[in-house]
Design a protein around this ligand. Structure first.
Ligand code: ADP
Ligand code: MG
Length: 608
C-alpha cells in the first residue's frame, strides 16, 4: 500500500500542479475581500483587475497580432466618460453607461481602425500616438465633459439592488469581468478565428493564401482590444466616482503597453502578471523615489523605462512565459486531448470538379517585372484536370514568381489567368483560394509557435464557418472537432501523424514542407501548387511523397509542382514546362524534355 502510494506520488505531482495552482489562485481571489486584509490591498487588486483588462486587449493586439498601440488609454477614457456623463448629467443607470460606452467605442474604434490599420511598419504605432493625443485633447476641451476638471459625483453601480460603492464589493465585479475576458480571449486563441489572428504577427501572406482576410481580423482584434479598454474605463469611473482627462493620456497608454510587454505580450495570463507587477512597482517607486532623490516628480517612469529595456534583453517574451518555461522544465508538456477522434468528416464545399482532361488552369502571356528585371516573360501553358505538371528550370528562372502570380500572392504585370472556368487575373490570393487552389511555399510559411495540427487546421479555414463570438463563447466545438479530425487525416496521409502536438518551429525543414502540403490538402483543393516539396527530404521520404501525390492524382487532384530533383520529377509528372530566365523554353512529356538539347544547354550552361 505504502509502496504503491510512493510510486504514484511523483506522477501525481507531475500532473496536478497546474490544477492545484489554478484552484488555489481562484480560492485566494474569491476570499480576498472577506479576509481581514487592509483596504489598501483591495484597492491594489481592483486596479490590477482593471489594468489587466486593458493589457489583455494589448496581448491580442500587440503581442499576438503584432499591431502596436500606444492609444488604449483613450478607449479607457471613452468608456469612463460615457458612463460618467450619462449618470451625472442625465441620471441614467451605470448599466446604460456601459452600453453607451461600448457602442461609442465600437464607432470610434471602427473609424480609427479603418484609417490606421492599413498602415504598415512604424506608421501604425505613430498613428496610435496621434489619435491618443487627439482623443485625450478632445475630452479635455469639451465643456459638456467638464474640461480639465472632469465630472464629479459619479454614482456607484448597483447589482440586484446591492450597491457596489465599497471597494470590497466592486472587487467582485472587476475580477469577474477580468476573468471572463481572459477566458474569452483564451477560447478565441484556440479556434478558427484565433488561428487567423495568430497568423497576423508574421504569416499574413500564407493566411491570405489560405483564404483569410487579414485586414478583417486586424479590425476584429482592434475592436476587441478597444472594447476591453472601454469596460475597464466603465469600472474605473465607478470605482473612482469621478473622471478627469489625466488617466487617459498618452503616458498611461505607454504604461498599458509596458504591462502587456512585461507580463508576456503573447500570453493571456501575462496581462495579469504585467498589471500586477506594474501596479506594485509603480506604488513602491512613488513612495521611494522622491525620498531617495529628495524631490517629487514622476520619476517612476524612468525606472519603468529601465525595467522595460532589461526585460526586452533578458526575458524578451515576458515574465509569464519565462515562469512557464521554468515550470515546464519539471513537467513534460501534455499532448492535446484527442477529443475529435469520433468527429464526423467536414462537409465538402460544393465545388464543381472538372472532368479529367479538361483545361483547369490557363496561363496566357503571363508577365512579371521587378523594376528592370523581367522575372516572368510572357509565359503560356495549360494545365489539365487530373494531371501532375512539373515546372522546372535553373535557379532564378522565374518558377516561384509564376506560382505567386497564379495563386494571387503577386499581381501580374500583364497576361491572363483562368482557373476552373473563370478569370482570376488581378484577384487577391484569398479569393483564388475560394475557387479551389491551394499551395505551399518555397520558403516555408507557418506559425512556428503553433502546433503542427493547428498549422494544418489553418488550411481548412474556408471549409469552416465559426466566427469570433462563437469561438469566445466556446460554441464552436462541434465544427472545430471536425476540422481537427480533418487536419489529422491529412497529416496521417502525408506520414506526419507522429508530430501532431509538436511545435511547428521545432520540425526539421523537410517535415515543415510536408506539414505545408497537409495544410494545403486540408482546404480540399482541386489544384495543388507545390514549390519544391521534396527539398530537404531523404530518399525514402521522397518516394513516400511521390506515392502520396500519385494517389492524389488518382483521386482527381491536379498538381503543379516545382522541383529540382530530376529523378523525382521525371518519374512523377505527366508533362513538364521548362523555364529559363523567365521565358518558357519548352513544354512536353518528361521523355521529350529529357531529349531536348535546349534543356540540356540550359541546365549545363553550354551553347547549343
Ligand atoms: P526560381 O523560383 O525559378 O528560382 P524566382 O521566381 O524566385 O526563381 O525568381 C526569378 C527572378 O526574379 C530572380 O532573378 C529573382 O531574383 C527575382 N525576384 C523574385 N522575387 C523578387 C522580388 N520580390 N523583387 C525583386 N526581384 C525578385
Ligand atoms: Mg523558387
Amino acid at each position: 500500500m505504502t509502496r504503491h502510494r510512493a510510486k504514484d506520488l511523483p506522477a501525481l505531482m507531475k500532473t496536478t500542479p497546474s490544477v492545484l495552482f489554478t484552484a488555489a489562485g481562484v480560492l485566494v481571489l474569491a476570499l480576498l475581500p472577506v479576509l481581514p486584509v487592509p483596504e489598501f490591498w483591495i484597492t491594489q487588486a481592483n486596479y490590477i483587475g482593471m489594468y489587466a483588462l486593458v493589457a489583455l486587449g494589448l496581448v491580442l493586439l500587440t503581442g499576438i497580432a503584432g499591431l502596436t498601440s500606444f492609444g488604449q488609454a483613450a478607449f479607457v477614457g471613452v468608456g469612463a466618460y460615457a458612463t460618467a456623463l450619462l449618470s451625472t448629467r442625465y441620471g441614467l443607470s451605470p448599466w446604460w453607461g456601459l452600453a453607451a460606452g461600448l457602442v461609442i467605442t465600437v464607432v470610434v474604434a471602427a473609424v480609427l481602425g479603418w484609417i490606421t490599420l492599413r498602415m504598415s511598419g512604424h506608421y501604425l504605432p505613430l498613428a496610435t500616438i496621434a489619435w491618443a493625443l487627439s482623443l485625450n485633447f478632445s475630452i479635455a476641451n469639451l465643456d459638456v465633459l467638464g474640461k480639465y476638471d472632469g465630472l464629479l459625483g459619479v454614482p456607484a453601480i448597483h447589482v440586484f439592488g446591492i450597491s457596489l460603492a465599497d471597494g470590497r464589493a466592486i472587487y467582485y465585479l472587476i475580477w469577474l469581468c477580468a476573468l471572463l475576458a481572459a477566458l474569452a480571449v483564451r477560447n478565441l486563441l484556440d479556434s478558427r478565428p484565433g488561428r487567423a489572428i495568430r497568423a497576423l504577427g508574421g504569416a499574413t501572406v500564407m493566411a491570405e493564401a489560405m483564404g483569410i482576410s487579414t485586414y478583417r481580423y486586424k479590425v476584429v482584434v482592434f475592436l476587441i482590444a478597444a472594447l476591453l479598454a472601454s469596460v475597464s474605463g466603465w469600472l474605473f469611473a465607478h470605482v473612482q466616482r469621478t473622471v478627469n482627462p489625466s488617466p487617459f493620456g498618452l503616458k498611461m497608454g505607454i504604461e498599458y503597453l509596458f504591462m502587456a510587454v512585461v507580463g508576456g505580450a503573447s500570453s493571456v495570463w501575462g496581462a495579469f502578471v504585467g498589471a500586477g507587477v506594474f501596479k506594485i512597482i509603480e506604488d513602491q517607486l512613488k513612495e521611494l523615489l522622491p525620498r531617495l532623490l529628495g524631490s517629487s516628480g514622476n520619476f517612476e517612469i524612468i525606472v519603468l523605462g529601465i525595467v522595460l529595456v532589461l526585460m526586452l534583453k533578458y526575458a524578451p517574451k515576458g515574465l509569464w512565459p519565462a515562469l512557464q518555461a521554468a515550470l515546464a522544465r519539471h513537467r513534460p508538456t501534455r499532448p492535446r486531448v484527442r477529443d475529435w477522434a469520433q468527429a464526423p468528416p467536414l462537409p465538402l464545399p460544393v465545388r464543381p470538379k472538372p472532368a479529367p482532361g479538361t483545361v483547369l488552369l490557363e496561363v496566357q502571356g503571363l508577365r512579371k517585372t521587378f523594376g528592370g528585371l523581367v522575372a516572368v516573360n510572357d509565359v503560356s501553358f495549360d494545365l489539365c484536370a487530373g494531371e501532375i505538371m512539373g515546372l522546372i528550370g535553373p535557379n532564378g528562372a522565374g518558377k516561384s514568381t509564376t506560382f505567386n502570380l497564379i495563386s494571387g500572392v503577386l499581381s501580374a504585370s500583364a497576361g491572363k489567368l483562368r482557373f476552373a472556368g473563370q478569370s482570376i487575373s488581378g484577384q487577391p490570393a484569398r479569393r483564388i483560394a475560394r475557387w479551389g487552389l491551394s499551395r505551399t511555399f518555397q520558403h516555408v510559411k507557418m506559425i512556428p509557435d503553433m502546433t503542427v495540427l493547428e498549422n494544418v487546421a489553418l488550411g481548412g479555414y474556408l471549409r469552416t464557418t465559426n466566427g469570433t463570438w462563437r469561438a469566445m463563447l466556446r460554441l464552436d466545438r462541434v465544427q472545430e472537432r471536425q476540422l481537427l479530425a480533418e487536419a489529422e487525416r491529412q497529416l496521417s496521409r502525408i506520414g506526419m501523424q507522429a508530430y501532431l502536438d509538436e511545435r511547428a518551429g521545432n520540425l526539421a525543414l523537410g517535415q515543415q514542407r510536408l506539414m505545408e502540403i497537409a495544410r494545403a490538402l486540408c482546404s480540399d483543393p482541386t489544384l495543388l501548387l507545390l514549390d519544391e516539396p521534396a527539398a530537404g527530404l531523404r530518399h525514402k521520404e521522397k518516394q513516400a511523397l511521390a506515392e502520396v501525390l500519385r494517389q492524389l492524382r488518382q483521386e482527381g487532384m491536379s498538381i503543379l509542382l516545382v522541383e529540382h530533383d530530376m529523378d523525382f520529377v521525371m518519374g512523377l509528372t505527366d508533362r513538364l514546362v521548362v523555364m529559363e530566365f523567365g521565358t518558357k523554353l519548352i513544354e512536353g512529356t518528361p521523355a521529350q524534355v529529357q531529349a531536348s538539347p535546349a534543356v540540356r544547354a540550359a541546365y549545363l550552361g553550354t551553347e547549343h
